[in-house]
Design a binder for this molecule. Sequence first.
Ligand SMILES: NC(=O)c1ccc[n+]([C@@H]2O[C@H](COP(=O)([O-])OP(=O)(O)OC[C@H]3O[C@@H](n4cnc5c(N)ncnc54)[C@H](OP(=O)(O)O)[C@@H]3O)[C@@H](O)[C@H]2O)c1
Length: 318
Amino acid sequence: MKAMIIEQYGEADQFRLEDVPLPSIHDGEVLVNVYAAGVNPVDWKIREGHLQRIYPYAFPLIIGCDVAGVVVKVGPGVKKYKVGDAVYGFKNLAQLGGYAEFVKFNENDLARKPDSLSFVEAASVPVVGLAAWQIMMVHGGGIKPGDRVFIQGGAGGVGSFAVQLAKSMDAYVITTASKQNQTFLKELGADEVIDYREHDFSTVISSVDILLDTIGGDALDRSYDLVKKGGKLLSIVERPNKDKAAKLQIHTHFIPETESNGKMLEEISLFYKYGKLKPVVEHIFPFAQAAEAHRLSETKHTRGKIVLELFQTSPLST
Ligand SMILES: NC(=O)c1ccc[n+]([C@@H]2O[C@H](COP(=O)([O-])OP(=O)(O)OC[C@H]3O[C@@H](n4cnc5c(N)ncnc54)[C@H](OP(=O)(O)O)[C@@H]3O)[C@@H](O)[C@H]2O)c1
């Protein structure tokens, strides 16, 4: 099969499209023919070697976590899927392998692709959807109607999902973005969009029930005082300071890494099925242009998601 590999850590020009062996599947696993692969910041962080102390990856390495495609083979004991099923899922950071024609999945890490989403749209969802879901709905304990929710960085992959998720729960949603993304976020449902380049958000926001930080650093430092007593400061990028939070009597939650979870993805699928969420794919690249897709993601100013398209139509032969 064809795969986009790297032989060593480095810049985006490390990518090479090569023939590699087809993954062999075992108990409980299925082989998925990848139609589209989502691009996430963690992909280029891995490519640059930032995760090598946590995950000593072997080379050649196939990067890529977000996948949508069709099941072409099922291993012994597989109960949920059969050949021909359209699926999507998150290959966790220990596994990766998404930038390839075929990838194997444990069946429990997959969900059925919602009919209302194309393969490209479905590939944009797993990482950002599961990250936002896990930090806000699981660790953060959920969102209640009327909650004031502030999402740092609403225009990005996680932010654009989180804004819609909070809005679908009838929260009052405040977010930050630069000038070119103000209208986009209003259209996604945000009640207030603050241009963080023009205004110091910490002087115009107060008393939020839930704050989700997708930026970190200075943005996180200036966030603590905005959360009301008993409220929640949630982060997917940096562990909040517990002492600072304790003094303010606010709760903190941090997820260093998203969990792969097919059941949760099925719950997210329902939001797409019932039109509560819409996918935000702003850039589609042919598979061969993975390097260009990474360079774009590295700017940290893309809107919504970037997706690599492998095949436009189904089905492929193995
Ligand atoms: N812990 C986990 O499990 C987990 C999971 C997923 C992602 N993450 C991490 O979360 C971060 C966000 O991920 P992502 O996929 O959403 O990234 P992304 O799509 O690359 O985010 C890009 C967005 O960030 C916005 N942005 C940049 N600087 C900003 C600032 N100072 N204030 C407000 N917005 C700003 C940009 O908006 P403008 O162009 O309008 O500035 C742009 O739309 C990344 O660091 C990623 O690695 C962690």
